[in-house]
Design a protein around this ligand. Structure first.
Ligand code: MLT
Length: 240
């Protein structure tokens, strides 16, 4: 029986074995939600980058650069980290270089040994679950959190994915068990429950409420976000 685990912070990833597993990176507010909106609206690829200066350098190579720190757009970058910027095919056919506070760090910390690295978000929850059920490997869900701390929104998504993959995967992981239960008792009131999240409040202080509503919309996309080499691409799980 395949196994599933949840790591609630990149600071704890050294306690988990990523070798040969399918790793799902989640950063609901907003990195992975934004990445899925971009890929579902025709962006050719997204290159996740750790630091601002390296990302800034991609502009001279013809990339659109997107950068965010502490919830705010990085200075001198064409884009910040709002999923709404990519809607209506606004950047279709473009290559994006992206750096964020936590999401791109989580990808960097797991890509070396994982079998596959996927990005997870509520906007494509069903598609990701369907794809993973069709793969033979064990799964590790990594929550990007906030600067090493546990956060509510990523953890609730982890619970939602564990719940969606039941009974195809078993778990002996207490984080997975706890978060599945947290999700199942709050799935009917996602907006209200996650309105309490510290980063939701941070974004509200920056008058970015509309991004929060978008990031909590369920299953508007039927594609999966997959790391192919060093770039993220959107793939159709039905084609696998
Ligand atoms: C992150 O990487 O922490 C988030 O995506 C931050 C944000 O977009 O507000």
């Amino acid at each position: 029986m395949r196994n599933i685990e949840v790591c609630v912070s990149p600071e704890l990833i050294h306690l988990y074995d990523t070798k040969g597993k399918n790793v799902v990176i989640v950063d609901i507010f907003r990195a992975t939600s934004t990445m899925m909106a971009a890929l579902a609206n025709g962006v050719e690829s997204i290159t996740p980058i750790m630091d601002l200066e390296t990302c800034r350098g991609f502009a001279s190579k013809g990339y659109v650069i997107a950068g965010e720190r502490n919830g705010l757009a990085a200075e001198g970058f064409e884009l910040g980290n709002s999923p709404l910027a990519y809607l209506n095919q606004a950047y279709a056919g473009k290559k994006i270089a992206m750096t964020t506070t936590n999401g791109t760090l989580a990808i960097e910390k797991t890509k070396a040994e994982a079998n596959q690295v996927l990005i997870g978000a509520f906007v494509n929850l069903k598609a990701t679950a369907k794809y993973l059920i069709g793969q033979p490997q064990d799964i590790l869900i990594l929550c990007a959190g906030w600067k090493g701390k546990f956060n509510l929104e990523d953890s609730l998504y982890a619970g939602a994915l564990v719940s969606s993959l039941h009974p195809h995967f078993q778990t002996e992981c207490d984080s997975a068990i706890a978060l599945k239960s947290l999700y199942e008792s709050n799935s009917h009131r996602l907006q209200i429950f996650l309105g309490q999240a510290s980063h939701a409040k941070r974004l509200q202080n920056h008058n970015i409420e509309s991004d929060i509503d978008f990031c909590l919309t369920l299953d508007i996309y039927q594609i999966v976000g997959l790391l192919c080499g060093e770039v993220l691409k959107g793939i159709d799980p039905n084609a696998q």
